[in-house]
Design a protein around this ligand. Structure first.
Ligand SMILES: Nc1ncnc2c1ncn2[C@@H]1O[C@H](COP(=O)(O)OP(=O)(O)OP(=O)(O)O)[C@@H](O)[C@H]1O
Ligand SMILES: [Mg+2]
Length: 243
């Protein structure tokens, strides 16, 4: 579905991605692992065209994203939900407004349909709609903001969802809930998912495929089992959490 081919990204003199390739398969969940600053967020920002490659290409259903026109890029972005690392809720809007926003922007849904979808998505992420819709982002906890962010990400029912550290900063129970949601979304809506994480336990719960970024390269990629059994020193220290 999405192919990253020989992607190189430099910021000034600094090479962050030094020729990475990755196939993101349809209806599967691919987890990208890597230390802080290894280039995980940089990688997925290329998938929605927020960053342009220094060289290499990113193909979405065969179309080169870096060469897409503004209109083509908009069409692609409609199919992709992006859960930003920061949550990225609009502070000036209440929760209802935050969730209704993409529907108002991209659909001709009636008020009633919008309300139905907002309530439905809040329930999916385990929130009680009536209790939260009138609150503002600053009035809810970080974990709730993540869930609202996720509800907003899925509101247009995208084919692909990119999750940038969906469980960071969350307690183990909420993290587990988010991981279950990722799995549920993939099963029920047939989504293709890319999950960025440094939470190893949560990664193994959701991953069909894994890829580990280190020093600008994908040093290992494949099924979770090859990560469990790898004898590579860096892979081991990453998986065992002693780095
Ligand atoms: N727009 C930018 N301009 C300059 N440097 C950048 C830019 N975006 C990212 N970088 C640099 O690229 C490197 C990788 O950043 P990135 O955000 O992709 O890391 P990450 O793997 O997502 O880390 P984390 O786990 O901490 O989120 C960092 O050294 C960062 O400073
Ligand atoms: Mg990041």
């Amino acid at each position: 579905m999405i192919q990253i081919k020989n992607l190189v990204k430099k910021f000034g003199e600094k090479t962050v991605l030094n020729g990475i390739s990755l196939d993101i398969e349809k209806n599967k969940t691919t987890v990208i692992l890597g230390g802080s600053g290894s280039g995980k967020s940089t990688t997925i920002k290329h998938i929605i065209g927020l960053l342009k490659p220094t060289s290499g290409e990113i193909l979405f259903d065969g179309m080169d994203i870096a060469k897409a026109t503004g209109k083509e890029l908009l069409e692609i972005r409609k199919k992709i939900g992006f859960l930003f690392q920061s949550g990225a809720l609009f502070d000036s809007m209440d929760i209802f407004g935050n969730l209704a926003f993409p529907l108002n922007e991209h659909t001709k849904n009636s008020k009633k349909e919008i309300e139905k979808k907002v309530f439905e998505k809040l329930e999916i992420v385990g929130l009680v709609p009536k209790e939260v819709i009138k609150l503002y982002p600053e009035e809810i906890s970080g974990g709730m903001q993540k869930r609202v962010g996720l509800a907003r990400t899925i509101i247009l029912e995208p084919q692909v969802i990119l999750y940038d550290e969906p469980t960071s900063g969350l307690d183990p129970i909420t993290s587990d809930l988010i991981s279950r949601l990722i799995i549920k979304m993939q099963k029920e809506l047939n989504t293709t998912a890319v999950v960025i994480s440094h939470d190893i336990a949560e990664s193994f719960k959701v991953a069909d495929k894994m890829a580990l970024l280190h020093k600008g390269r994908m040093i290992l990629k494949g099924e979770p089992n090859i990560f469990r059994s790898s004898q590579d020193k860096y892979v081991r220290s990453f998986i065992d959490g002693i780095s």
